[in-house]
Ligand binder design. Structure first.
Ligand SMILES: CC(C)(COP(=O)(O)OP(=O)(O)OC[C@H]1O[C@@H](n2cnc3c(N)ncnc32)[C@H](O)[C@@H]1OP(=O)(O)O)[C@@H](O)C(=O)NCCC(=O)NCCS
Length: 148
């Protein structure tokens, strides 16, 4: 299904609450993403420069996006869509939501090894603007900096 076929009444994008954290962690686990700890969640919730949003289909959380922003720009910290729901336009909806709410340059760092995410961002017209050598300390992987 192409993203422009997604009916807006079939999904909602709203703020993540503390009660959602367990499900967000399950999705993060499934996608091998860093887990959002309770402490980090609390700090983010109290900071007006961060937003943590969930995407629900039939009330089930199937995706999320976490980003920070200031007057100049916006940084995507994490984004994920459950495996069963990938390539159905939901990731695009999260980015479009961000684009519409925050009219700023959007930046994201992606591991050079994360080919799927790189394809995704390039499809959405992000452009490569830099390389951060050995950005990910865990495995010394380079990060590609992208901008929309
Ligand atoms: C990256 C991610 C969020 C994309 O979400 P998604 O819901 O699958 O993306 P969409 O369906 O909205 O895709 C948007 C476009 O990218 C394309 N695309 C997305 N993933 C793709 C892939 N793996 N291979 C080829 N094309 C892909 C889609 O086909 C679509 O193109 P179209 O508009 O021409 O139809 C999702 O794959 C994910 O959660 N990955 C694991 C976590 C991760 O890597 N996060 C990013 C860290 S920076």
């Amino acid at each position: 299904m192409e993203s422009y076929h997604l009916r807006t009444d079939l999904y909602q994008i709203t703020a993540v609450s503390i009660n959602d954290l367990k499900i967000i962690n399950e999705i993060e686990n499934q996608l091998s993403l860093n887990l959002t700890t309770l402490n980090f969640f609390k700090r983010v919730s109290l900071n007006n420069n961060f937003k943590f949003l969930k995407l629900q289909v039939n009330l089930n959380i199937i995706g999320f996006i976490l980003f920070s922003f200031n007057k100049k720009d916006c940084d995507i910290i994490s984004i994920g869509v459950c495996k069963n729901f990938q390539k159905q336009g939901y990731g695009k909806k999260l980015i479009e939501y961000l684009k519409n709410k925050i009219c700023l340059d959007i930046f994201v760092e992606v591991s050079k090894n994360n080919k799927n995410a790189l394809i995704f961002y390039k499809k959405l017209k992000f452009i490569e603007i830099g390389l951060r050598k050995k950005y990910y300390k865990k495995n010394n992987t380079d990060a590609i900096l992208l901008k929309l």
